[in-house]
Design a protein around this ligand. Structure first.
Ligand code: ATP
Length: 228
């Protein structure tokens, strides 16, 4: 359901961030995206969210070509994808409830649907008691759980997490991973770019490694580093 064919991305400054990448990710997979800083991981996640377009090649997501997609269709694509970032990106002037509700408001959801869905996802991430709290009064782990609630409230078929544990301590990182694994068990595809080698090594999920913009490894039950 996610297909990349010979995808190359060269930025305007001439940097080739991805070079001739071909890969396929099926519905319900959990994929770790690894590789050194500057390898092209974020560029790949941005291509899937259609934040950037490839310079060459084709990307098919849920049956649609992102290259041929008209700009007007992009918001519909993004409704089906949940994004999670290292720095949480919550709105500081909105409460926990309002941050999650906002993801539904921007797509024109009915008020009664918002009232029903937001408490459901907040309880999934264990934050029902914090619905009225502002982000600055939450721990890093709690903030990241709000961003997970926000990412899943639209029932996305795909979650893209770009270094989601980067700002969390080891114990909190594992709490977050357990949430992502639960979400994955319910059928949502998850692509997670990470430098957290211990998490990758423990979970033995599919590992896609980039280096210098090239796909250098794709293992079904992989480790952070190539074992060969
Ligand atoms: N908007 C941009 N304009 C120009 N060059 C960019 C842009 N974004 C990224 N790059 C360059 O593209 C290359 C790949 O960057 P990218 O952010 O995809 O790597 P990454 O693997 O996510 O790295 P990190 O692990 O540090 O987040 C790097 O050389 C980077 O400097």
């Amino acid at each position: 359901m996610i297909q990349l064919y010979n995808v190359t991305k060269t930025y305007d400054n001439g940097v080739k961030a991805l070079s001739d990448v071909t890969l396929r990710i099926h519905k319900g997979e959990f994929v770790f995206l690894v590789g050194p800083s500057g390898a092209g991981k974020s560029t790949l996640t941005k291509l899937l969210y259609r934040e950037v377009l490839p310079s060459r090649g084709q990307i098919i997501l849920d049956g649609k070509s992102l290259v041929r997609m008209r700009p007007g269709e992009v918001p519909y694509l993004r409704r089906k994808i949940g994004m999670i970032f290292q720095d949480f990106r919550l709105l500081p002037q909105k409460t926990v409830f309002e941050n999650v509700a906002f993801a539904l408001e921007v797509i024109g959801a009915a008020r009664r649907d918002i009232k029903r869905s937001v408490p459901t996802v907040l309880s999934m991430v264990g934050l029902d008691a914090k619905a009225g709290v502002f982000p600055q009064h939450l721990s890093g782990g709690e903030q990241q759980r709000v961003s997970i609630a926000r990412a899943i409230v639209n029932n996305p078929f795909l979650i893209i997490a770009d270094e989601p544990t980067g700002n969390l301590d080891p114990e909190t990182s594992w709490e977050l991973m357990n949430l992502l694994l639960d979400i994955n068990l319910r059928g949502t595809t998850i692509i997670m770019a990470t430098h957290a080698w211990d998490i990758v090594d423990s979970l033995k999920k599919r590992v896609i490694e980039l280096a210098g913009g090239k796909l250098v490894r794709d293992e079904k039950e992989g480790a952070y580093r190539c074992e060969a």
